[in-house]
Design a protein around this ligand. Sequence first.
Ligand SMILES: Nc1ncnc2c1ncn2[C@@H]1O[C@H](COP(=O)(O)OP(=O)(O)OP(=O)(O)O)[C@@H](O)[C@H]1O
Ligand SMILES: [Mg+2]
Length: 243
Amino acid sequence: MAFLEGVKVTKRFGGLAAILDLSFKIDQGGIIGLIGPNGAGKTTLLNLISGSLTPTTGEILFKGKRISGLRPHQICKKGIARTFQSVKLFGNITVSENILLGSVYGKPRGLSRTNHSTETSDLLKFLGLAGKRDVLAKDLNIVEQKFVELARALATKPDLLLLDELIAGLNPSETSLACDKIKEIKKKGITIFMVEHVMGVIMSLSDRVIVLNHGEKIADGTPEEISRDRKVIETYLGEDSEC
Ligand SMILES: Nc1ncnc2c1ncn2[C@@H]1O[C@H](COP(=O)(O)OP(=O)(O)OP(=O)(O)O)[C@@H](O)[C@H]1O
Ligand SMILES: [Mg+2]
C-alpha cells in the first residue's frame, strides 16, 4: 500500500485540464520534489491532495483510504498539512495564536490546553520566531509569515507536509536556514512533498523528483536522473542548466 497515491486524477477548469490523467505513488519518508514550468499544475495537485479542490475524475488515497472528496479540515485531521504559495495567515491574531490554531484543529490527540501551548512554544523556538510570538501576523515581513505558516502546518502534527514554494523570495541565508529546517523536519519522520522553482534547493534536498508539464507527469526519478532527462531539459531546465 502506497502512503499517498493518485489514481488517474484529472482536474478541469472549464476547458482547461490543469491535471490530466495523473497517476503517482509516494512512499512514506523522505523528500519528494514537484517541479515544472509555470502553470504546469503543481499548486493544483497540492490543492487536490489537501482537499481545497476535488478531482473532476480519478481519486487520491492516503494510507490506503480515499481522501478525495473530503473537506480540507478532515484531510488535515488525517495527517496532511500544507503551506500556501501565497501565504494565508490570520492577520489580526498573533503569531503564537496562529500556530496554536494548527495545534488545536490538527490531528486529534486529546491534549490539554497547556500541552497545546507548550507545543506552540516549541515550534516558535524551532523556527526562530520566539521573539515574535505576540506580534500580529499581519505585521510580520513575508519571510517571517512563511515561517509562521510552516509552524502552523507542523502544529497540526502531519505525517505528510505539502510545501508550495516555501523558498521563493528568500535571500541566500534565509534559504539556507529553511533548507536546514526542512532536513530536520524530514528527520522527525514527516514525509515532505515540496514544490519549488529553485533548482539548487530541489536537487539537493529531494530523494525523488516528479516533473509536471501541462498537467501531465513527464518524468519521475532521482535528482540525477531528472537533471539528465532530455524531456525535462527541453521543457523546463534548459540546456545550460547547472543541475
Ligand atoms: N481556480 C482556478 N480556476 C481556473 N483555472 C485555474 C485555477 N487554478 C489554476 N488554474 C489554471 O490551471 C493551470 C495550472 O495552475 P497551477 O496554479 O496549478 O500551476 P503551477 O504549476 O502551480 O504554476 P506556478 O509555477 O506559476 O505556481 C494554469 O493554467 C492556471 O491558470
Ligand atoms: Mg503554483
